[in-house]
Write a protein that binds this ligand. Sequence first.
Ligand code: SF4
Ligand code: SF4
Length: 129
Amino acid sequence: MSSEKKLAEEIREISGVNPLKCMKCGKCSATCPSYNEMDIKPHQFVSYVINEDIESLVNSKSLWKCLSCMACVQRCPRDVKPGKLIDAARQIVVRQRGGDYLTPDEIPELLDPDVPQQLLVSAFRRYRR
Ligand code: SF4
Ligand code: SF4
């Protein structure tokens, strides 16, 4: 199995998404608050995973421009969850870089009480295995 194929499979597995359900309506992109800053748009994440072009996806600006707000997930009429696909791609990069160095048990003592809950949930979604 080629490494691109393996990574595409890993993204499908981590995200729990079936990209083949996408009907390319573009509603996810229309609702995305980071759309203008993205080089690969939310509705296109799906095609990159289907075409197993994971290298382009993980090297895109979009990988770090996505806010994990999941507005696209709520908007998608086919339950495709493009935000989860990009989240999974980000996790793959973080794992490859060895950035996954904290366990959940270690987090509470590092918390600042002024940190917004939304930020924590977003970071947890992004970095948990
Ligand atoms: S909203 Fe869903 S079905 Fe429509 S393009 Fe985006 S991922 Fe595909
Ligand atoms: S989760 Fe990411 S891709 Fe989806 S709407 Fe929010 S910023 Fe855009």
